[in-house]
Ligand binder design. Sequence first.
Ligand SMILES: Nc1nc2c(ncn2[C@@H]2O[C@H](COP(=O)(O)OP(=O)(O)OP(=O)(O)O)[C@@H](O)[C@H]2O)c(=O)[nH]1
Ligand SMILES: [Mg+2]
Length: 217
Amino acid sequence: MKLFIVFIFFIFHNSYFIFSPVPVKFTKSVFSPEEFPSDGLPEIALIGRSNVGKSSLINALAERKELARTSSTPGKTQCLNYYLFNNFNLVDMPGYGYARASKTSRFQWIGLIERYFESRRELRAIGILVDARHIGLENDVILMKWLSEQGQTWFIVMTKIDKVKQQDIAAHEKYLKQEFPEAQMVFKTCSKDGKGIRALFAFIKECVAAPIGATSD
Ligand SMILES: Nc1nc2c(ncn2[C@@H]2O[C@H](COP(=O)(O)OP(=O)(O)OP(=O)(O)O)[C@@H](O)[C@H]2O)c(=O)[nH]1
Ligand SMILES: [Mg+2]
Protein backbone atom coordinates (compact mmCIF):
# COMPACT_ATOMS: atom_id res chain seq x y z
CA MET A 1 0.00 0.00 0.00
CA LYS A 2 2.80 2.38 0.98
CA LEU A 3 4.53 1.64 -2.31
CA PHE A 4 1.30 2.36 -4.17
CA ILE A 5 0.94 5.75 -2.48
CA VAL A 6 4.56 6.59 -3.31
CA PHE A 7 3.90 5.55 -6.93
CA ILE A 8 0.77 7.73 -7.16
CA PHE A 9 2.68 10.66 -5.63
CA PHE A 10 5.51 10.16 -8.15
CA ILE A 11 3.06 10.14 -11.08
CA PHE A 12 1.27 13.24 -9.76
CA HIS A 13 4.49 15.13 -9.02
CA ASN A 14 5.98 14.36 -12.43
CA SER A 15 2.80 14.54 -14.46
CA TYR A 16 4.16 17.49 -16.45
CA PHE A 17 6.96 15.21 -17.67
CA ILE A 18 4.91 12.09 -18.23
CA PHE A 19 1.75 13.46 -19.84
CA SER A 20 2.78 16.67 -21.60
CA PRO A 21 3.87 16.39 -25.25
CA VAL A 22 7.10 18.25 -24.48
CA PRO A 23 8.38 17.62 -20.94
CA VAL A 24 8.65 21.11 -19.50
CA LYS A 25 7.98 23.13 -16.38
CA PHE A 26 8.51 26.64 -15.10
CA THR A 27 11.25 26.57 -12.47
CA LYS A 28 12.03 30.07 -11.22
CA SER A 29 12.13 33.82 -11.71
CA VAL A 30 15.53 35.45 -11.27
CA PHE A 31 15.78 39.08 -10.22
CA SER A 32 19.49 39.30 -9.41
CA PRO A 33 22.64 37.42 -10.54
CA GLU A 34 22.94 35.68 -7.14
CA GLU A 35 19.78 33.78 -7.98
CA PHE A 36 21.01 32.14 -11.21
CA PRO A 37 20.32 28.40 -10.88
CA SER A 38 23.19 26.01 -10.18
CA ASP A 39 21.77 22.90 -11.88
CA GLY A 40 24.57 23.04 -14.50
CA LEU A 41 22.15 22.40 -17.40
CA PRO A 42 22.77 24.01 -20.80
CA GLU A 43 20.80 27.21 -21.35
CA ILE A 44 19.23 28.90 -24.35
CA ALA A 45 18.24 32.54 -23.82
CA LEU A 46 15.44 34.30 -25.67
CA ILE A 47 15.63 38.06 -25.83
CA GLY A 48 13.70 40.75 -27.65
CA ARG A 49 11.60 43.89 -27.40
CA SER A 50 8.69 44.08 -25.04
CA ASN A 51 5.63 42.50 -26.61
CA VAL A 52 7.57 40.84 -29.45
CA GLY A 53 6.19 37.45 -28.41
CA LYS A 54 8.88 35.80 -26.23
CA SER A 55 6.48 34.22 -23.76
CA SER A 56 4.13 33.12 -26.55
CA LEU A 57 7.05 31.46 -28.34
CA ILE A 58 7.98 29.54 -25.18
CA ASN A 59 4.40 28.34 -24.89
CA ALA A 60 4.48 27.24 -28.54
CA LEU A 61 7.79 25.39 -28.06
CA ALA A 62 6.38 23.69 -24.98
CA GLU A 63 3.08 22.99 -26.74
CA ARG A 64 1.28 24.56 -23.80
CA LYS A 65 -1.17 27.43 -23.73
CA GLU A 66 -0.34 29.14 -20.47
CA LEU A 67 3.06 28.01 -19.27
CA ALA A 68 4.62 31.44 -19.79
CA ARG A 69 2.44 34.44 -19.01
CA THR A 70 1.65 36.42 -22.14
CA SER A 71 0.15 39.86 -22.21
CA SER A 72 -0.90 42.60 -24.57
CA THR A 73 0.47 45.08 -21.97
CA PRO A 74 4.16 45.56 -22.81
CA GLY A 75 6.84 45.22 -20.14
CA LYS A 76 5.20 42.42 -18.16
CA THR A 77 8.29 40.23 -17.82
CA GLN A 78 10.75 42.10 -15.56
CA CYS A 79 13.02 39.22 -14.57
CA LEU A 80 14.66 36.17 -16.10
CA ASN A 81 12.15 33.32 -16.16
CA TYR A 82 13.56 29.80 -16.26
CA TYR A 83 11.77 26.93 -18.00
CA LEU A 84 13.14 23.42 -17.69
CA PHE A 85 12.80 21.53 -20.97
CA ASN A 86 13.82 18.02 -19.93
CA ASN A 87 17.62 18.40 -20.40
CA PHE A 88 18.09 22.15 -20.83
CA ASN A 89 16.81 25.48 -19.54
CA LEU A 90 15.07 27.99 -21.73
CA VAL A 91 15.42 31.50 -20.34
CA ASP A 92 12.79 34.15 -21.03
CA MET A 93 14.54 37.50 -20.68
CA PRO A 94 12.82 40.78 -19.80
CA GLY A 95 11.74 42.74 -22.87
CA TYR A 96 13.54 45.96 -23.78
CA GLY A 97 12.39 49.12 -25.51
CA TYR A 98 9.39 49.65 -23.28
CA ALA A 99 9.03 53.45 -23.40
CA ARG A 100 7.24 53.76 -20.06
CA ALA A 101 9.75 51.73 -18.06
CA SER A 102 11.35 53.78 -15.25
CA LYS A 103 15.05 54.70 -15.38
CA THR A 104 15.76 52.50 -12.35
CA SER A 105 14.18 49.46 -13.97
CA ARG A 106 16.13 50.10 -17.19
CA PHE A 107 19.40 50.17 -15.23
CA GLN A 108 18.42 47.00 -13.38
CA TRP A 109 17.62 45.42 -16.73
CA ILE A 110 21.02 46.27 -18.21
CA GLY A 111 22.87 45.12 -15.06
CA LEU A 112 21.11 41.78 -14.92
CA ILE A 113 21.47 41.07 -18.65
CA GLU A 114 25.15 42.07 -18.77
CA ARG A 115 26.01 39.88 -15.82
CA TYR A 116 24.08 37.04 -17.38
CA PHE A 117 25.81 37.23 -20.77
CA GLU A 118 29.26 37.78 -19.30
CA SER A 119 29.25 35.11 -16.66
CA ARG A 120 26.85 32.37 -17.65
CA ARG A 121 28.95 29.38 -18.65
CA GLU A 122 25.84 27.27 -19.20
CA LEU A 123 24.70 29.57 -22.02
CA ARG A 124 24.81 27.74 -25.36
CA ALA A 125 22.96 30.13 -27.64
CA ILE A 126 20.96 33.35 -27.69
CA GLY A 127 17.85 33.76 -29.77
CA ILE A 128 16.84 37.33 -30.56
CA LEU A 129 13.20 37.77 -31.45
CA VAL A 130 12.20 40.44 -33.94
CA ASP A 131 8.66 41.34 -34.93
CA ALA A 132 8.22 40.33 -38.60
CA ARG A 133 6.29 43.58 -39.16
CA HIS A 134 9.02 45.87 -37.85
CA ILE A 135 12.43 44.81 -39.05
CA GLY A 136 15.47 47.04 -38.41
CA LEU A 137 14.26 48.85 -35.28
CA GLU A 138 17.07 50.74 -33.56
CA ASN A 139 17.23 48.72 -30.32
CA ASP A 140 17.11 45.43 -32.20
CA VAL A 141 19.90 46.50 -34.53
CA ILE A 142 22.09 47.68 -31.61
CA LEU A 143 21.61 44.34 -29.87
CA MET A 144 22.28 42.28 -33.01
CA LYS A 145 25.45 44.25 -33.77
CA TRP A 146 26.57 43.69 -30.18
CA LEU A 147 25.82 39.96 -30.44
CA SER A 148 27.80 39.79 -33.70
CA GLU A 149 30.88 41.01 -31.83
CA GLN A 150 30.57 38.59 -28.91
CA GLY A 151 31.53 35.32 -30.62
CA GLN A 152 28.52 33.65 -28.99
CA THR A 153 26.19 31.41 -30.96
CA TRP A 154 23.11 33.47 -31.72
CA PHE A 155 20.14 33.26 -34.05
CA ILE A 156 17.20 35.37 -35.14
CA VAL A 157 13.54 34.46 -34.70
CA MET A 158 11.03 36.48 -36.70
CA THR A 159 7.76 36.45 -34.76
CA LYS A 160 4.11 37.06 -35.74
CA ILE A 161 4.56 36.17 -39.40
CA ASP A 162 0.78 35.68 -39.61
CA LYS A 163 0.55 39.48 -39.59
CA VAL A 164 2.80 40.00 -42.62
CA LYS A 165 2.44 39.35 -46.37
CA GLN A 166 4.47 36.46 -47.73
CA GLN A 167 6.59 38.67 -50.00
CA ASP A 168 7.41 41.04 -47.15
CA ILE A 169 8.48 38.11 -44.95
CA ALA A 170 10.88 37.00 -47.67
CA ALA A 171 12.26 40.53 -48.09
CA HIS A 172 12.72 40.94 -44.33
CA GLU A 173 14.45 37.58 -44.07
CA LYS A 174 16.82 38.57 -46.89
CA TYR A 175 17.62 41.87 -45.17
CA LEU A 176 18.39 40.13 -41.87
CA LYS A 177 20.65 37.54 -43.51
CA GLN A 178 22.54 40.23 -45.42
CA GLU A 179 22.96 42.62 -42.49
CA PHE A 180 23.76 40.00 -39.86
CA PRO A 181 25.67 37.12 -41.44
CA GLU A 182 26.99 36.23 -37.97
CA ALA A 183 23.52 35.00 -36.98
CA GLN A 184 23.53 31.21 -37.28
CA MET A 185 19.96 31.00 -38.53
CA VAL A 186 16.89 33.11 -39.27
CA PHE A 187 13.61 31.45 -38.31
CA LYS A 188 10.16 32.59 -39.43
CA THR A 189 7.59 31.77 -36.78
CA CYS A 190 4.02 32.22 -35.68
CA SER A 191 3.11 31.17 -32.16
CA LYS A 192 -0.59 31.22 -33.00
CA ASP A 193 -0.53 28.50 -35.69
CA GLY A 194 2.83 26.91 -34.87
CA LYS A 195 4.59 27.78 -38.16
CA GLY A 196 8.35 27.43 -37.93
CA ILE A 197 8.26 26.18 -34.33
CA ARG A 198 9.44 22.64 -35.09
CA ALA A 199 12.47 23.81 -37.05
CA LEU A 200 13.36 26.22 -34.26
CA PHE A 201 13.03 23.51 -31.62
CA ALA A 202 15.24 21.14 -33.63
CA PHE A 203 17.93 23.84 -33.88
CA ILE A 204 17.70 24.59 -30.14
CA LYS A 205 18.27 20.90 -29.44
CA GLU A 206 21.35 20.95 -31.68
CA CYS A 207 22.75 23.92 -29.74
CA VAL A 208 22.06 22.15 -26.45
CA ALA A 209 23.93 19.05 -27.61
CA ALA A 210 26.96 21.00 -28.88
CA PRO A 211 29.86 21.68 -26.54
CA ILE A 212 30.28 25.33 -25.49
CA GLY A 213 31.32 27.55 -28.42
CA ALA A 214 31.16 24.68 -30.92
CA THR A 215 28.43 26.19 -33.09
CA SER A 216 29.75 29.76 -33.13
CA ASP A 217 32.35 29.39 -35.92
N1 LIG B 1 -0.86 37.42 -34.25
C1 LIG B 1 0.10 36.99 -33.42
N2 LIG B 1 0.17 37.50 -32.17
C2 LIG B 1 1.14 37.06 -31.34
C3 LIG B 1 2.09 36.08 -31.75
N3 LIG B 1 2.95 35.86 -30.73
C4 LIG B 1 2.54 36.67 -29.73
N4 LIG B 1 1.45 37.39 -30.07
C5 LIG B 1 0.73 38.38 -29.24
O1 LIG B 1 1.62 39.44 -28.88
C6 LIG B 1 1.35 39.91 -27.56
C7 LIG B 1 2.63 39.86 -26.72
O2 LIG B 1 3.05 38.51 -26.58
P1 LIG B 1 3.99 38.04 -25.38
O3 LIG B 1 4.34 36.63 -25.68
O4 LIG B 1 3.37 38.33 -24.06
O5 LIG B 1 5.24 39.00 -25.59
P2 LIG B 1 6.56 39.14 -24.70
O6 LIG B 1 7.66 39.40 -25.64
O7 LIG B 1 6.69 37.98 -23.79
O8 LIG B 1 6.24 40.48 -23.88
P3 LIG B 1 6.96 41.01 -22.54
O9 LIG B 1 6.95 39.90 -21.55
O10 LIG B 1 6.11 42.18 -22.14
O11 LIG B 1 8.33 41.46 -22.92
C8 LIG B 1 0.23 39.01 -27.02
O12 LIG B 1 -0.99 39.70 -27.18
C9 LIG B 1 0.28 37.77 -27.90
O13 LIG B 1 -0.96 37.12 -28.03
C10 LIG B 1 1.98 35.54 -33.09
O14 LIG B 1 2.75 34.69 -33.57
N5 LIG B 1 0.96 36.04 -33.87
MG1 LIG C 1 6.89 37.86 -21.67
